[in-house]
Design a protein around this ligand. Structure first.
Ligand code: UD1
Length: 318
């Protein structure tokens, strides 16, 4: 097997495993690293030929070994949850900031040609203007948002100071097959779909009028592959939204999910969540211009595919 050209961090996670799957399908040799804090071994099923490394990137030795010989890194490793960061801000900092800095140091020392980073739309916070554009001032509300934004700034500085070619993609509420539905911190669609398929009651935080630019996983994988291949002069040191440019409210989503899952039970409303953002919608014109990005799968199609996948995987578990 040839020396891997690509490194995917957080390879056992929802997004990392999807990127690795796409690279392997294109015939590339891929190394993956994960500490299995939130990653799951079942996500690695089907990643044939993956060179898997188990370890924590906050350890400089692991970061150096992971970067050795690779030319492009997709940095997806993170603890991806707003409420979890509210419960444990220091843990979120270690996983999302310290590990990112160690990875960047190792990437710089290994002469890596491109680092693509999973940044977050949460960096925009409650900026009142919609859609959110990359030139708006950030307004991180939660420790998670602050940590993800710190990572972005580290990328920018490693480009400015050491010339490391970095690209940050601000993901907007990614969803799709393989997203973990079982943690109290799980993303809303994974959670609601599995609850409703099982005939259990979902609880909406607040009035359900909050809105999101829910982005199907294939669109995010596509944006990553484009960011890896785009000319350095066009993208290095920069940040782009990765989204669809369309938003839906949670109440609308619940109505669609009733249709798709056949759920007829009640839906509860709880208190609004601490640190929550009310509305989120991306302007994707910068990514269109510089990455040639366009959404590949719209929300309704993505939701259908996701419900079908959870239905099948629940049936397989019995
Ligand atoms: C935020 C980021 C997103 C990031 C993610 C990581 C924003 C706009 N988005 O997502 O880019 O990838 O963190 O976790 O900041 N909800 C319920 N009931 C539930 C669970 C959630 O009503 O059982 C509500 C939440 O209160 C929230 C919405 O659903 O209003 C979405 O929540 P969630 O899926 O956790 O993602 P965000 O916090 O929006």
């Amino acid at each position: 097997m040839s020396e891997p050209r690509y490194l995917v961090t957080g390879v056992a996670g929802f997004i990392g495993s999807a990127i690795a799957r796409a690279l392997l399908a294109q015939g590339h040799a891929v190394r993956g690293v994960d500490n299995f804090a939130t990653g799951r071994r079942e996500n690695l099923a089907g990643l044939k030929g993956l060179d898997l490394m188990e370890g924590d990137l906050a350890d400089p030795k692991i970061a150096a070994a992971a970067c050795s010989g690779v030319s492009c890194i997709f940095h997806e490793a993170a603890i991806p949850s707003v409420p979890r960061s509210v419960a444990d801000p220091a843990g979120t900092h270690r996983a999302n900031v310290t590990a990112t800095v160690e990875l960047l140091v190792a990437a710089r020392d290994a002469g890596v040609a491109r680092v693509v980073y999973a940044a977050s739309s949460s960096a925009y916070g409650n900026q009142p203007t919609l859609p959110k554009r990359e030139d708006m001032l950030p307004d991180p509300l939660s420790p998670y948002a602050a940590a993800k934004l710190a990572g972005e700034y580290y990328l920018r500085s490693f480009h400015a100071v050491y010339g490391l070619p970095t690209v940050a993609l601000r993901y907007f509420n990614v969803f799709g097959p393989h997203q973990d539905p079982h943690s109290p911190y799980s993303a809303v669609l994974a959670k609601f779909i599995t609850l409703m398929l099982a005939g259990k009651t979902p609880t909406i935080d607040g009035d359900g009028e909050q809105s999101r630019d829910f982005t199907y996983i294939d669109n995010v994988v596509h944006a990553n592959l484009l960011a890896a291949a785009a000319p350095e002069a066009e993208v290095a040191g920069r940040m782009f939204n990765a989204a669809t440019g369309v938003r839906v409210t949670l109440n609308q989503v619940v109505a669609q999910l009733r249709d798709l899952t056949g759920y007829r039970g009640e839906v509860k409303n709880g208190p609004p969540r601490t640190g929550d953002v009310k509305h989120s919608l991306a302007d994707i014109s910068l990514a269109r211009r510089h990455l040639g990005y366009a959404p590949q799968v719209d929300f309704a199609t993505g939701l259908e595919r996701t419900v079908a996948w959870y239905r099948q995987s629940l049936a397989a578990v019995g």
